[in-house]
Design a protein around this ligand. Sequence first.
Ligand code: M6R
Length: 357
Amino acid sequence: MHKEIHEQTLTIKNTLKGRSTESSVLLHGLLEYWEEIYKAEKIYITACGTSWHAGLIGKNFIERFAQIPVHVEYASEFRYNHSIMDNKTVVVAISQSGETADTLAAISKANDFGAITIGICNVPGSSVSRETNCGIHTRCGHEIGVASTKAFTSQIAVLYLLALKLADSRKEISKSEMKKYLMRASGAVQKDIKALFRKEKSIKKIAEKYQNASDFLYLGRGLNFPVALEGALKLKEISYIHAEGYPAAEMKHGPIALVDKNMPNVFIVPKDKTYEKIISNIEEIKSRKGKIIIITDSKDKILRDLSDDLILLPRTNQYVFVILATIVLQLFSFFIAVARGCDVDQPRNLAKSVTVE
Ligand code: M6R
């Protein structure tokens, strides 16, 4: 798992490689169906586990850039829901392994309804690759660790490209904006991830401090809500500590009842339009004596004052921030699990690929 976390400096580069020019996105795997795809009236994204979290980020990207309504559904639910689909609907199935039974069942339902199915998958030749109309490979190399890490960030990179390509074809974005967003995607990520790994020792130290906690809350807003969900899932999977992810503001509608002096709360706090609001969410937890761990790209004193521990990320844009915060949370879970003596590569009760419904 540690090796795969570290590979992310290269895997994201591989995912993006050759898939854009200066101001346009090239996704050859979608070419045959592109006309129907970009004219879609709505999109469903379906997946399980970590891939479902990537789907939530994809929804944000596609709605923001391309202005197409997106519904994200667990594959296991999608199969039985009364989803409204026809040949103007696109269904994007995301799966690292390409063999998840629930996701395959969701694809089969979408195909039966005549929707255009796109697979985002890491394994060429897998069932997801074969059973969808078209697709995009994440190209992050074989992922062995049961807890998905590098596949998740590559899924995010692919969804970013897909959203920009949709926006371009639908004329929702200018060429100069495309250029700006594509430049940000390629150059910044690698450099920032390398800078982040230089902080690994301090992340380890913070993780070890909390190794005996029995419950965690992970809180983020907007793009960072799915990052919070993913951070909580990673911790549960490999350390067996109970953890929940929430949109930061939802915490006051119930989960705050859990907070006491023993409860660590991980806040993901980019300096964006929700910054002030999230500070008041932190203050609410602080006043109930909860422990505050902050992941941020802001050097503001108020965050240092409010936090018990703070991980400062390089100042970057909001898309790269999502990747960096995710990697911090992967390392954080990893070091807690190792400190607790858990087998991080083969966690109990889990399989790399879930082939039963
Ligand atoms: O291979 P898939 O992406 O379809 O797998 C979906 C989930 O089973 C998977 O993401 C699972 O949640 C991982 N263990 C997460 O680390």
